[in-house]
Design a protein around this ligand. Structure first.
Ligand code: ADP
Length: 164
């Protein structure tokens, strides 16, 4: 497939599930822009700058990926990037309802922009940024869950772990 695709999300922080979607979509599209959304209602653990840094370090091996952030309406950002496709990942039925709603409203706002869904790799179907944060908070063993550069940032955030 040709053209540019935008993969939007919170990436708080990027996980191996996200990275898998990025690697696979980079094989499908000429260029993939991974876009970190500012101004979410939920209180993030990492600042947008920290999330961008972690993403940049995690995708160094993929040449056709750009890391960026955006404010406001996704469709406006996609247009500004001259992209025609939005990429989203699907893990379970629980993701479906929200994604259907988002894809439908985006199609209504701009019928020329298509949402492209990629099924999670089975080994990451349980993986989310929230689960990673829980694990880091209590056990600190996040190996295999996040790209290796992210380990360090999680340790820094939660501090050294002491057995109690
Ligand atoms: P959002 O807050 O927009 O859902 P996330 O950073 O949580 O942002 O996720 C961004 C996208 O990546 C979403 O489409 C989500 O479904 C997808 N995603 C998250 N975790 C995984 C995973 N383990 N496997 C595949 N897709 C995933």
């Amino acid at each position: 497939m040709t053209g540019t695709a935008v993969y939007p999300g919170s990436f708080d922080p990027v996980t191996n599930g996200h990275l898998d979607i990025i690697e696979r979509s980079a094989k499908v599209f000429n260029k993939v822009v991974v876009a970190v959304l500012h101004n979410r209602n939920k209180e993030p653990l990492f600042s947008v700058d920290e999330r961008l840094t972690m993403l940049r370090e995690s995708v160094e091996h993929i040449p056709n990926v750009e890391i960026d952030s955006f404010n406001g309406l996704l469709i406006d950002y996609v247009r500004q990037k001259q992209a025609k496709t939005i990429v989203r990942g699907l893990r379970a039925v629980s993701d479906f309802e929200y994604e259907l709603q988002a894809a439908s409203i985006n199609r209504k706002l701009d019928p020329e922009i298509e949402t492209f869904f990629m099924m999670t790799n089975n080994q990451y179907s349980y993986l989310s940024s929230s689960i990673v944060k829980e694990v880091a908070k209590y056990e600190a063993d996040v190996k295999g869950l996040v790209p290796s550069p992210v380990d360090e940032y999680l340790y820094e955030k939660y501090g050294p772990f002491t057995a109690e």
